[in-house]
Design a protein around this ligand. Structure first.
Ligand SMILES: [Zn+2]
Ligand SMILES: [Zn+2]
Length: 292
């Protein structure tokens, strides 16, 4: 490896690690193992190689097939199919092969998270190539934000479908639909940039970002690792309010209250010394006087 290649790789890793830090935080109820994140990154770099191989193969099979057309509508078709579908398809395939079947891929947000890692691996490999081709790292300035994170947002479309598919299997091929949607977003983004309509390209990214943030919220709600913490409470026999079971006096009227039994603040089921509520599963907040 030449010194320039090493420098290009190191520089490309800067935006990669920045976005990786953001993406791994998406699994807010349960951290994913670092080796799986690394595996997904490598799979992403592999998918970039897969795209190169496919282009070479197609070029050999049908010379001129991948020539960039000039007519705007054909150009759009080219970007959606030959760029969008090819890149998103390779990323999804590599994500599926590398991490989809591993036990840690076990909640809906993992689809977004690992698709994001694969996209980062892909974008980093692409960034190395661009730096080497452009002969300097200046090209990274725009790519670090627009293209690198753009890849993450685009892959989030099919990543969400993979996450849902793994956790709540259905026969509907949601992933196929999502793959085409991601290809469309990807193609339009590239097409707008090439047509010199940068504002339209930014609008595509903004729409994808909005979708991505909705999916983060939805997958967080569906997480099986999400825990609610509630207090054990007691009903005051005098004024009827619920106050924390840990307090000996009612916080409403000051009545000494140790007779009423403690209940779960979420569902009012009697709560003993156990860690979580037997009925609703909420975790009880630990307090000195209710421990044991
Ligand atoms: Zn009271
Ligand atoms: Zn409860």
């Amino acid at each position: 490896m030449s010194l320039e290649a090493i420098q290009a790789l190191l520089l490309s890793l800067v935006p990669c690690f920045f976005w990786l830090w953001y993406i791994q935080g998406l699994g807010r109820y349960r951290r994913e193992p670092a080796w799986m994140l690394g595996l997904a990154l490598l799979a992403g770099a592999g998918s970039a190689y897969g795209v190169l191989l496919t282009c070479d193969f197609l070029e050999e099979l049908a010379p001129g097939f991948l020539t960039v057309p000039h007519e705007p509508l054909r150009l759009m078709f080219y970007f959606v199919v030959a760029v969008g579908l090819m890149e998103e398809g390779w990323k999804m395939l590599c994500c599926w092969l590398a991490v989809y079947f591993l036990p840690s891929f076990d909640e809906p947000v993992d689809g977004l998270l690992y698709a994001g890692c694969v996209a980062l691996g892909f974008a980093t490999a692409e960034n190395v190539k661009y730096i080497l081709e452009a002969g300097g790292p200046a090209v990274l300035v725009g790519r670090a934000i627009l293209s690198t994170f753009g890849h993450v947002l685009m892959s989030g479309v099919w990543g969400y479908a993979l996450g849902m598919q793994k956790c709540r299997p259905s026969r509907a091929p949601l992933w196929l639909l999502a793959l085409f949607a991601a290809a469309l977003g990807h193609g339009l983004f590239d097409w707008f940039l090439t047509m010199d309509w940068p504002l339209a390209a930014v609008a595509v990214l903004a729409a994808l970002w909005w979708l991505f943030s909705l999916r983060i919220q939805e997958t967080a709600r569906l997480s099986p690792y999400r825990v609610h913490r509630v207090h054990r409470v007691r009903e005051c026999p005098r004024c009827g309010i619920l106050h924390r079971a840990a307090a000996s006096y009612c916080t409403g009227c000051g009545q000494r209250n140790e007779s009423a039994s403690a209940v779960c603040a979420n569902c009012l089921t009697p709560a003993g010394g156990e860690e979580r509520c037997a009925r609703c599963g909420c975790l009880f907040v630990k307090t000195a006087s209710t421990a044991g």
